[in-house]
Design a binder for this molecule. Structure first.
Ligand code: ADP
Ligand code: MG
Length: 593
């Protein structure tokens, strides 16, 4: 009987190993960029074609390789970074398994050109599915350029498994950002199909963060730092009033390497306790530096999870340091006045109440008051209704008089510069004036969007704005739709967009970048493309609506009441529902209390 056990040929073994390390273009990007960093490059370029499916080229100005190493680099377990088992405990470099290049070469066509500083000539080497097809001396600059072409050309199942260009590009940008944020002292650039998507000159940490996520983040960050014998912790958090619902700007780095940790995230969340709405997430950029022997980075194949020896200590230190940063910058007292919180009707009280509640508390760590429950709001509103009724000349009975039947409502008045109380057949209608206004704008925007008839108000000085690079493809996709509303916006290049004109309904106190960032946020959160027009209109309307408290003219009051009475049921789903009716029964209950 012949042997049934066979040794796998090398190229097959490599392909299997590749499956673990190289899952998609973004994995190649990560490995190649990390290698460039390990080679002490000060400048790294990433060049893509077709979102990496056709070509991924990484060019660095690092220490290069001699001809022999150029070839060895593609052997499995070939690494210059460790040579003994014990070395595993002293790892400072990004890669160390010596698997990445061998894996990449097993599933793509690779061309590498490399030269060491001082050498006269460099080396050019071609490899296809693990076979070296050419190696020759080559005149070139110092450093290394590796081009990975036709990824998975010999593994059709994998190739088919790849997502759309947009998705793969987003993943690449994500890897690129994680690396760029870890190494602000290195300059990076990113091109896709000859378009420059990012250019990041060497910078301080804060400037790097701003270069990646846009300058408008500048005023939203607060710094913190702490140092003990074991651990150095520095970073920035996003001030609570600017935190959002999605979790995306959450970055941990250990010795400059990005990692994920649900446990440490929990610590940061704890630091923000009482400062965020239940559905909001803190954003942060946290850099830990410690002796590498106290961490095991070898637990995850793509090295994104890390095991710390003393996790509890880290947890506590993180929580206290971030909390302290929040306190030092006195971010807590302003929170209650953030006007764009929650879209829920009747969700906050009158100004007098707000100051009563925070009065006397000066500690910057004092937690934000929990949201008042609806019933408290009701009590407050009815207190106001009672007062108004006793001073205004309303009829004794709260009914609609026969003469004004052509109008479906009776007496009305404004409450706290914020609500409108109206007598209707159904009962007392309480309107949130801001919501009603938003709802009106929503209909207007939706109409112009659907009929492509939005009027534009041209800006005297076009406004430019930067957005996070990962959102660029999303905004690009939305541009034609936005233009129909009258918003004239153009992709200027990189992550810069220029606004030339705004919808005619635009009010001055709207920051275009805030409006767009809400829009992108909403878009990303729900992710579905159904009802796109409606969702865009709703999101813009929410940004455009009048400020929360405003004295309204008679004309404005009437317009908003008409609006509220004609609201469509779908308003609710779009968070634009503006009114509630209190019928006789409800009134009885409330007044009895
Ligand atoms: P690892 O990074 O785990 O050592 P790789 O397969 O990624 O394994 O790389 C193998 C070896 O090739 C590295 O140890 C390094 O010596 C060399 N190498 C790879 N990329 C570069 C580069 N851009 N510049 C210089 N040397 C490199
Ligand atoms: Mg490597």
């Amino acid at each position: 009987m012949s042997n049934v056990i066979k040794l796998l040929p090398d190229h097959v073994a490599n392909q299997i190993a590749a499956g673990e390390v190289i899952q998609r273009p973004a994995s190649v990007v990560k490995e190649l960029m990390e290698n460039a960093i390990d080679a002490d490059a000060k400048k790294i370029q990433l060049i893509l074609k077709d979102s990496g499916k056709m070509l991924i080229r990484v060019v660095d100005n690092g220490k290069g390789m001699n001809p022999e190493d150029s070839r060895l680099a593609f052997e499995r377990h070939a690494t210059s970074k460790i040579s003994r088992g014990e070395d595993l405990f002293f790892i400072k470099t990004m890669g160390f398994r010596g698997e990445a290049l061998a894996s990449i070469a097993a599933v793509a066509r690779v061309e590498m050109i490399s030269k060491m500083p001082g050498a006269e000539l460099g080396t050019r080497i071609l490899i296809e599915g693990s076979e070296v097809t050419l190696q020759e001396p080559h005149a070139t600059v110092e450093g290394t350029s590796i081009a990975v072409k036709n990824l998975f050309f010999n593994v059709p199942a994998r190739r088919k498994f790849l997502k759309s260009d947009k998705v793969e590009l987003r993943r690449i940008i994500q890897e690129f950002e994680r690396i760029a944020l870890g190494f602000p002292e290195i300059s990076f650039s990113l091109f896709n199909d000859d378009k420059e998507l990012m250019r990041l000159p060497a910078a301080t940490l804060k400037d790097r963060i701003l270069a990646v996520f846009g300058k408008n983040l500048n005023d939203k960050l607060f710094p913190f730092n702490e140092e003990t014998d074991y651990l150095k912790l520095t970073g920035f958090g996003v001030k609570p009033q600017f935190c959002k619902k999605s979790r995306k700007e959450q970055f941990f780095f250990l010795n400059k390497r990005f990692f994920k940790s649900g446990y440490l995230h929990h610590a940061v969340k704890g630091a923000y306790e009482g400062l965020l709405q239940p559905d909001e997430q803190p954003s942060y950029f946290i850099y830990l530096e410690m002796d590498p022997t106290l961490v095991d980075v070898n637990v995850h194949p793509t090295k994104q999870e890390i095991k710390f020896q003393d996790e509890r200590m880290m947890y506590n230190m993180l929580r206290v340091t971030v909390r302290h940063g929040l306190g030092k910058h006195q971010l807590t007292p302003t929170l209650d006045f953030d006007s764009d919180r929650g879209h829920q009707i009747l969700s906050s009280g009158s100004p007098q109440r707000d100051s009563d509640q925070t009065g006397g508390r000066t500690s910057s760590f004092s937690p934000k008051q929990p949201e008042k429950r609806d019933s408290d709001n009701w009590a407050e509103i009815f207190e106001g209704v009672r007062k108004e009724m006793s001073t205004s000349n309303l009829p004794e009975q709260f009914t609609i008089d026969g003469k004004s039947q052509e109008r479906p409502y009776g007496k009305y008045f404004q409450l706290f510069n914020r609500f409108i109380a109206v007598q209707t057949k159904m009962g007392l209608l309480i309107i949130d004036q801001r919501k009603a206004h938003q709802n009106m704008l929503y209909r207007h925007l939706l109409k112009s969007l659907e009929s492509d008839s939005g009027n534009t108000q041209t800006l005297l000085f076009p406004q430019s704005m930067e957005i996070p690079a990962s959102e660029v493809p999303i905004l690009d996709e939305l541009l034609p739709t936005l233009q129909k509303t009258g918003l004239q916006i153009e992709h200027f290049g990189g992550n810069t967009f220029v606004i030339h004109g705004t919808p005619a309904i635009w009010t001055e106190d709207i920051e275009p970048d805030e409006m767009l960032s809400h829009l992108l946020e909403n878009y990303r959160l729900s992710g579905d493309v159904k009802n796109l027009n409606k969702r865009i209109s709703a999101s813009m309307a929410r940004s455009f609506g009048i400020t929360e408290r405003k004295t309204l003219s008679e004309e404005e009051l009437k317009t908003l009441i008409e609006q509220a009475l004609n609201e469509e049921p779908e308003s609710d789903a779009l968070h634009l529902n503006s009114s509630v009716v209190v019928n006789a029964e409800g009134m009885m209950k409330l007044f009895k209390k």
